[in-house]
Design a binder for this molecule. Structure first.
Ligand code: KMT
Ligand code: NI
Length: 184
């Protein structure tokens, strides 16, 4: 079961859970309305897993690599951790599959509130193009993740504010459609 919650407003260590008291959990359905989708896969067998193969075929994720986010494994670790945690968006979907370890993806909801998504071994997430988000390892300080992409990867992150990109405008339109449906 995916765990996600509204973050508290406390400053301090990004790697802490930052749950509110009382806890305010967020359902997978709520995340879907933000365009965020989550799947569970068999990370022990990612090299041969037919489900992963089928996802890559169906969604055209022709490109992939594996990154290890650990201070002894990732060049320029501190700099990269800092960049991952800057609020940003991309012009393409961000697809990540956690093979080992754990961390947090934070996404902004329709009211600009931070939702924290706990991702651990076996979790795959898709963040839609144009959504403001950020990433941090958790207190275990270790993540091994597969990055997937449609075609040649473009990792460019546009830090907020980045509201003039068509991808952002399109995302806001998508959000507005969802809101309309709910109030109808
Ligand atoms: C990103 O784009 O924020 C990242 O690649 C984070 C590391 S993947 C878990
Ligand atoms: Ni990103």
């Amino acid at each position: 079961m995916l765990r996600a919650w509204y973050m508290d407003q406390e400053p301090g260590e990004p790697r802490a859970p930052h749950r509110q008291r009382p806890d305010r959990p967020v359902s997978p359905e709520r995340l879907r309305r933000l365009g965020v989708t989550h799947r569970r896969l068999d990370a022990d067998n990612y090299e041969t897993d037919p489900c992963l193969k089928e996802i890559r075929r169906a969604e055209n994720y022709t490109w992939m690599d594996i990154v290890t986010i650990h201070k002894d494994k990732l060049p320029n670790y501190e700099e990269k951790i800092k960049a991952f945690y800057e609020e940003h968006l991309h012009l393409d979907d961000e697809i990540r599959y956690i093979l080992e370890g754990s961390g947090y993806f934070d996404v902004r909801d329709q009211d600009d509130k931070w939702i924290r998504i706990f991702m651990e071994k076996g979790d795959m997430i898709t963040l839609p193009a144009g959504i403001y988000h950020r990433f941090t390892p958790d207190e275990n300080n270790y993540v091994k993740a597969m990055r997937l992409f449609v075609g040649e990867p473009v990792w460019t992150a546009y830090n907020r504010p980045a509201d003039d990109f068509p991808a952002r405008k399109q995302y806001l339109k998508f959000l507005a459609e969802g809101t309309k449906e709910q109030s109808a």
